[in-house]
Ligand binder design. Sequence first.
Ligand code: ATP
Length: 439
Amino acid sequence: MPDEELMKKLVSLCKRLGFVYQSGEIYGGLQSAWDYGPLGVELKRNIENSWWNAMVRTRNDVYGVDTAIITHPEVWRASGHVEHFHDPLVDCRSCKARFRADQVEGRTCPDCGGELTEPRDFGLMFKTFMGPVEDEAAVAFLRPETCQTIFADFRNIVNSMRPGLPFGVAQIGKAFRNEITARNFIFRSREFEQMEMEYFCRPGDAAQLMEYWISERLSWYAKLGIRPSNLRLRPHGQAELAHYASACTDIEYTFPFVQGGYGELEGIACRTDYDLKAHMAASGQDLTFIDQAAGEKVVPHVIETSGGVGRTFLAVLLDSYYEDVIEGRERVVLRLSPELAPVKLAILPLSRKLEPEALAVADILRPLWPAEFDVTGSIGKRYRRMDEIGTPFCITYDFDSQQDASVTIRERDSLGQIRVPVERLVEVLSGIFARGWPD
Ligand code: ATP
């Protein structure tokens, strides 16, 4: 199970190697705002692409969209967010620290032991103003979740795509919440990315489809390389359910810093017909669906899968971080799957003298895979840097390569090596990326 010590090492690795930086660091840092660096942006995109492939590209029944962040204010009135999207907040009378009332036990401050105030409601949506006048008529909201605009676009999507039931609409994008206690690195920030899918179905099919999606989503996390033993399912009790949900199960991961040991990665909820009905009532528009197969008009029920990119990114890093000893030397290695690794190949000439020939090999590979060329420092040091950023395969061009026109491929985890003629390199690497390292 990941521990606090590991978390500290990971935060420092993220900064040092270019995965995640604190935003505005030169000005003292903006609390809970994070920037993804050159390696982080690749890992994040690889996670998003994996989700998009699993949820949209490889399926016939799910469409993708990308909707506006600054949204019509009526969307959030109709959805209930303006009225309900608050957290109860308590302040410490002594040290002035703020907490979410549901995250502290009793009436004393977890930091200093001082007395806490009565809970007050704290609106979580970021407000902004459209146009030149800052008055109530110009108020707009940054979306606090990506799914609501899918409901607002429902009729357009149905008219464009003419789907039958069941079908889904998926989106990856930014969401904004003015969290009271934004902390724990990228686990809880005020600006974050969600990967959400709304699956519209006949009301009678909802319970069974909820089970189906829980199992699909769990296997996606396992495929990413997150250990199933670090995941658990947590069904919500009746009292905990959000105002729109008839059932909800969270997929949780053993985040080391979360009270109780587990934190939410993703929520899978049955939202019934709550949202479509709410938008019908507020807009006066007909959002019913003509179910051709059943020959009737229905308001579909919805199963939602709602996960966070940042939390998945963090869980992937926690589960791929290893320290081991090879040939008497300690190394840190990120055992990222080749699909997720920010850099897939490193081309390393053994000596500077071999740089031109090794560059010619890099030129063959670069259009096909994200590859780095590195000639600085000892070969051992270069291998260790590649291990630390999770590069699965290093290709070494040595003095024999000049004679036999072959290079060595080294695999990060097993440290296995194979010698391959340059003219067969693309074919061999394609096989390895498709089927894994040969045993
Ligand atoms: P929590 O109880 O941790 O505040 P939530 O139940 O409010 O989470 P949802 O509204 O279900 O979260 O949002 C869906 C997903 O979006 C979460 O599972 C999480 O991965 C991600 N998420 C929500 N809030 C944040 C945040 N402040 N920072 C990063 N990711 C977030």
